[in-house]
Design a protein around this ligand. Structure first.
Ligand SMILES: NC(=O)c1ccc[n+]([C@@H]2O[C@H](COP(=O)([O-])OP(=O)(O)OC[C@H]3O[C@@H](n4cnc5c(N)ncnc54)[C@H](OP(=O)(O)O)[C@@H]3O)[C@@H](O)[C@H]2O)c1
Length: 301
């Protein structure tokens, strides 16, 4: 079996490539960076420039599933023009793949798109399942809506479409975890805002295996990809501090201070959603990291 991954060179894509290889699945990938192109028997890179509509059609040869992970990072200041980049790096990329599949005969039957739990409105008490249709009023929710709509167009080609609403991915060297870790390590860590906002997390090994599970089982529809036991920002901060043997002596960082520093991006740390993983588990997926303590222990080992 062969898959095509966009964003394969990123945090999730790198781990997903490893898990695909463990499962005997070959990987083609599209990259916007010519220097990232490799050519191995089970790992072949192809160049694309989605904004100039340049794509190498050979990337699709013998591919049955596409995993669309591409997307400009959301952890960079949200200026008006960068917001456009965040959206277009998700929509124009999917549009170009759609156009290519529409105009060429290929063996692709399954399109799996990354997505985010930030579509669900901020709440301290509501448990969100894939059935919930409420949409938050933030920029991130707008991104997710446009992103999922661009994935849904593949249904017109009679393809199965899956959308993976991903929580905060915990990995050792990149993403949210090192950012949470650093201030605590330096002795000035503290919960953010009320500390009660939910942090629906997932370990990097698990998110990669979620994609392999969806590929292997040909799943379609929305799947929340978050560990079964989300924690609050305060609990996450305290757990990390306890593994590092650090005291949390400072008061919570007030929300207004974070809004002053981060502007609109403060929603990333001040808002959160309590998200259910039940649908994924009922589809037969088994999490390696169900609780946050073993996940932190693994990342700090
Ligand atoms: N990590 C998380 O906590 C998390 C949570 C929820 C959702 N997600 C979503 O899951 C996907 C993968 O996440 P990740 O953490 O692995 O992302 P990542 O490490 O930032 O990698 C994304 C990849 O997308 C490509 N890319 C970046 N900017 C681009 C642009 N402006 N135009 C076109 N391509 C661009 C790059 O690949 P090339 O250089 O090879 O082109 C990059 O390696 C993303 O869409 C992300 O939003 C992630």
């Amino acid at each position: 079996m062969k898959v095509l991954i966009t964003g394969a060179t990123g945090l999730i894509g790198t781990q997903l490539t490893k898990e695909c290889h463990n499962a005997g699945i070959s990987v083609n990938y599209l990259t916007t960076s010519k220097k990232k192109i490799e050519n191995k028997p089970n790992y072949k890179g192809f160049y694309w420039n989605p904004y100039k509509e340049e794509i190498d059609p050979d990337a699709f040869t013998d591919v049955t599933t596409i995993i669309n992970l591409v997307g400009a990072t959301i952890s960079k200041r949200w200026t008006k023009s960068y917001k456009k980049t965040i959206i277009e790096s998700r929509t124009q990329t999917a549009n170009l793949i759609f156009k290519t599949l529409k105009n060429n005969k290929t063996s692709v039957r399954h399109f799996i798109s990354a997505s985010g739990v930030s579509i669900y409105p901020n709440s301290e008490s509501r448990l969100y399942t894939e059935e919930d249709t409420a949409v938050d009023d933030t920029f991130l929710a707008e991104v997710v809506q446009k992103w999922e709509a661009s994935a849904d167009q593949f249904k017109k080609l009679d393809m199965r479409v899956a959308k993976v609403r991903t929580g905060v991915v915990l990995a050792e060297e990149e993403g949210a975890f090192p950012k949470l870790l650093k201030p605590i390590e330096k002795g000035f860590g503290a919960p953010l805002g009320s500390g009660k906002q939910w942090l629906s997390w997932i370990h990097i090994d698990d998110i990669a295996c979620v994609y392999v599970h969806i590929i292997k089982n040909g799943l379609r529809g929305i799947y929340n990809a978050t560990a079964p036991n989300p924690v609050t920002n305060e609990k996450m901060t305290r757990k990390i501090a306890s593994y590092l043997n650090k005291d949390l002596w400072l008061p919570n960082v007030p929300g207004f201070v974070l809004r002053l520093i981060l502007g609109e991006m403060a929603v990333l740390v001040l808002k959160g959603q309590l998200v259910s993983s039940k649908k994924l588990e009922e589809s037969g997926f088994e999490f390696r990291y169900v609780n946050v303590a073993p996940a932190i222990k693994n990342l700090l080992k």
